[in-house]
Design a protein around this ligand. Sequence first.
Ligand SMILES: *[C@@H]1O[C@H](CO)[C@@H](O)[C@H](O)[C@H]1NC(C)=O
Ligand SMILES: *[C@@H]1O[C@H](CO)[C@@H](O)[C@H](O)[C@H]1NC(C)=O
Ligand SMILES: *[C@@H]1O[C@H](CO)[C@@H](O)[C@H](O)[C@H]1NC(C)=O
Ligand SMILES: *[C@@H]1O[C@H](CO)[C@@H](O)[C@H](O)[C@H]1NC(C)=O
Length: 314
Amino acid sequence: MEYSPKVIISLFCCYMLILHITSSTLALKDCEFPAIFNFGDSNSDTGGLAASLLLTPTTPYGETYFHMPVGRLSDGRLIIDFLAKSLGHPYLSAYLDSLGTNFSHGANFATAASTIRLPDLILPAGQFSPFYLDIQYMQFLQLKSRSQLIRHRGEVFASLMPKEEYFSKALYTFDIGQNDLSEGFTRGNMTIQEVNASVTDIITGFSTYIKMNMDPQYGAICCLPYIVADFPSAQKDEIGCAKAYNEVAQHFNHELKLAIVQLRKDFPLAAFTNVDVYYVKYSLFKEPEKYGFELPLVACCGYGGKYNYNNTAR
Ligand SMILES: *[C@@H]1O[C@H](CO)[C@@H](O)[C@H](O)[C@H]1NC(C)=O
Ligand SMILES: *[C@@H]1O[C@H](CO)[C@@H](O)[C@H](O)[C@H]1NC(C)=O
Ligand SMILES: *[C@@H]1O[C@H](CO)[C@@H](O)[C@H](O)[C@H]1NC(C)=O
Ligand SMILES: *[C@@H]1O[C@H](CO)[C@@H](O)[C@H](O)[C@H]1NC(C)=O
């Protein structure tokens, strides 16, 4: 494997931040979303990168719940899986998977290692997914128009594609942004202050993207998380997390909050929900026993060392 697990396997250390935008006023009344369209990175990839670039996670991924690796960068299910189930839908098929997919209740455009902005170093030679947010959105437009042509063929074809009206009633979720920060930290040679200063630009990119592309009648949920891997020299906070990196994550969340306030003004008919996952995830590290964990900072199945993690191991 040529890719570095550092970016793709982002389930590690302790900083992350999220935000989240939400659903149309109409849909909010009954909370019945006939479909979900998700955009994102490894936090919500249900098999896109594995199918497209054949960067398939191997065991022990998937052994606990699916009993085999299923393209998720997680042993168990992801937040997006629980979300789909809670709406009574099947798990979302990855748009890029050409085998056995069913988009009747939505599609997942997320691929591990995706960014908001066009990354410099693209897989397989580099570290980041070529399917960054703009590309994911173009894929969504493809699905939106072509799915209706396919539905017209009838029978099995119709049962595999979303109905036309689902697009305006669907829940739109975004879980992306952490790799934009990772790019600065891990590959771009930037100082913490430089990465911190790039946050505004990343958030502006995201807001601009939403403004240009969002049909005001759509709802959307948006999550932007960020995580740190191992920076041995970084100053740690009281629970062992890389302090300054987390501060950048928090700054990111703060800017995102301001951007959402503006988006609410720009799209009065849409509902934006912003979930600060930083807080939720930080508590996993702070009070691990409460959630059944013993060694919150140590990878489950890595390559040794203090964190059982080695970025150069393959
Ligand atoms: C696709 O999924 C929907 C919802 O689960 C189901 O009703 C439909 O039969 C599926 N289509 C095929 C061809 O399996
Ligand atoms: C990283 O910094 C060094 C020294 O300033 C420079 O030579 C190198 O080109 C930089 N690399 C990147 C990817 O910016
Ligand atoms: C990041 O930038 C913000 C705004 O300029 C500043 O308040 C904050 O202290 C900075 N954080 C770090 C870790 O540099
Ligand atoms: C990480 O892996 C490389 C290559 O397998 C090895 O040379 C190095 O000693 C390892 N580092 C640690 C800290 O285990």
